[in-house]
Design a protein around this ligand. Sequence first.
Ligand SMILES: [Zn+2]
Length: 192
Amino acid sequence: MTRDYDGVEYDTERSSDFAAAPDSFQRLWTPHRLVYIENGQLPGEDECPFCIAPNKTDEEALIVARGEHAFALLNLFPYNSGHLLVCPYRHVSTYDLATAEEVAEIGSMTQTAMRVLTNISHAHGFNLGMNQGRVAGAGIAEHLHQHVVPRWALDANFFPIIAETKAVPRLLGEVRAEIAGAWSQYAVRDSA
Ligand SMILES: [Zn+2]
């Protein structure tokens, strides 16, 4: 029995009394937040940020690696520090439209990204995923991109704070340089 503020006793159910399974979808994957993240990266209504990025310098576009068919860049508004996006250069919307070469290189760059982040950031785990279409949470639905989100055991409390401070642009630059510098050392392979 528990008492409420008026001292009335009532029955409560504890969450620990229910059958439990790791609720990774709710806890780790928050599409509403990713929409916000991705919308923040839009440079203009008619411009595709992932088509524009490769024409900029690595530092300007926060690119950490360029492959033959795909490239990897930091998300401008990361869910976590080191949140990467792996995109084909080609402006295609969904995974089934990617060529075999693009699929292979998105895969190998995702593997490299995991190795790099595991070694330099000591990530405990990752969320990997592609939101396909706006109804599925894609903020930039027109250009395919795979999220690589490093996770730490206690990140839920820490990163929402730094992600909303003015320090983020400087941190992003530092994180980009660190990841880009380690990329070749841990590269699975550069192209398909
Ligand atoms: Zn595009």
